[in-house]
Design a protein around this ligand. Sequence first.
Ligand SMILES: *[C@@H]1O[C@H](CO)[C@@H](O)[C@H](O)[C@H]1NC(C)=O
Ligand SMILES: *[C@@H]1O[C@H](CO)[C@@H](O)[C@H](O)[C@H]1NC(C)=O
Length: 239
Amino acid sequence: MAKIFAFIFFLFSVAVATEEEITISISPKANPVQKPIGHQISLVCSVKGAGDEKPGMIWKKHGGLDRTGNVEVKKLDENNLGLIIRNSSVEDSGVYYCHAQVGSKKYMNKMDVIVFEDIVFSDKQLHLGQVLATASVNISCEVSAKKDSVITYWTRHGKQVLEGGKHKFYKGGAILEIQNYQPEQDAGQYTCEVFHVSSGSSNTKTVTLGTTVEKNYVACHQMCNSFCTDVQNKFFTSN
Ligand SMILES: *[C@@H]1O[C@H](CO)[C@@H](O)[C@H](O)[C@H]1NC(C)=O
Ligand SMILES: *[C@@H]1O[C@H](CO)[C@@H](O)[C@H](O)[C@H]1NC(C)=O
């Protein structure tokens, strides 16, 4: 009797062991997969431990696998199903599911794919030397991405630059025009931060305006101002 039980137990463990061996995985191992627009992305879904049984395998994505015309599925062999995204676009981002069936058992794994806009500044110039007094000057933070899909945030020495007065924006804020340039007021560093909202990418550029002497004068002036404000605050609050 004990022998029969032992035998049944043995069969049971073998059955459990073989079932536990079946795994479904997606390569690359890093999740999520992140690539800039236009790159080719490949995922491989693999079923291991199925033995002689041929798994049924399929790739899926919410709303349809290939809405952009960039996705191709390739059966590499009985246990490996590839998915290739050629010339990827932001719309190809999302969760890709690999489903497999071995006998009556179903398996699933998933992978996040993030395709982001690579933000490259069109104008590479980071220093505009001497600008004539009373002239107008443009600082460009135009980028490779579509204009309507980015937000540009301008600062000067840490303070936001808004439209109005001598500051005018063009091309949805991508170009800052400084009118009636006064070296002793307007020289210095201008920083733009460009946000590509739908993909979550951003990039920053700082452009320096004016000669070294002018920049130093403005910086010194600002330091004096904040020093005087400090002293003033201390003086009045201590009274
Ligand atoms: C890649 O996609 C972009 C826009 O979706 C298109 O303009 C470009 O021609 C495509 N490039 C190739 C090599 O298919
Ligand atoms: C700045 O750029 C805008 C838009 O391209 C243009 O209309 C304007 O004349 C430029 N200003 C200067 C000073 O170049």
